[in-house]
Design a binder for this molecule. Sequence first.
Ligand code: PBG
Length: 331
Amino acid sequence: MTAFPVRRPRRLRQTAALRRLVAEHDLTPRRLVLPVFVKEGIDAAQPIASMPGVSQHPLSALPDVVEQAVAAGLGGVMLFGVPAVRDAVGSGAVDPDGILNRAIAVAARIAAGRLTVQGDLCLDEFTDHGHCGVLASDGTVDNDATLEVYARMALAQAEAGADILGLSGMMDGQVAAVRAALDAAGRTDVVLLAYAAKYASAFYGPFRDAVESTLTGDRRTYQLDPANGREGVQEAQGDIDEGADVVMVKPAGPYLDVLARVADLSPVPVWAYQVSGEYAMIEHAAAAGLIDRERAIGESLVGIRRAGADAILTYWALEVAGWLRAGRSLT
Ligand code: PBG
């Protein structure tokens, strides 16, 4: 490559039209997935204080949310259930009448193939201790006993009509166990999204408000140590070997290096979850007048895309899809 003064990189940055033409990355609504919280026993939306602009929805409001997601051209909705009652083994997760399974059924009926319906496959919203699995007698999370519950939960979500199951519990062998259970039941059609590299992150803080988490302590015995990049790549490879159809890195922003490495090696689609804390930081900083809200949102999302995400779960999915449809650049 020639050097200055022949080469002048600023030449391509002179006008908005040039910058628009040479931008390497952008987003489209189909690459965005909206996480949705559905709470049992409420009849009006309840705003989540730590996540300005995000609410818990009653089941009766879900059809409207799904219609909005369809109209926005989104790739899917990821459903989370907030049950009225929790117990030690997370019974509400496997009960066809449990709030998440009912929400999946409603969303699948409304979506009718116009976007994908995804269910969070994890026990933390359903256990009274708040862990992602069932506990052994010594209080530790019992990996293999949890796999049996995940298998039943997967069948319930498949039966309810989920297109994609989001395995977010970080139990060893969860992809293989759920795949085997689905296949044995003749449900070879159900897609498995593995939260392959899911880190034990402080950025899930606002989400725990959103689902009214009962957790005391942390998830460090099953979620990844933020210090470890290689281990995240290894987790993704392991999930691909177990049969994951899609792998995900989560959170997104603080783990763009892991995302880029996984995207380099993965033969299957790679997604990223821009989590509640990433959302809350920008919303609260913007509300305090510290940053330009829309530019910060756009930059955060393009950064995730640039690092290699094929699709992104983000609480801004509806709003950003609106900007994109209006032809606005995210940067
Ligand atoms: C587990 C789950 C969590 C999130 C998504 N799925 C919480 C956790 O692992 O503690 C966090 C998402 C977010 O922070 O936006 N059910």
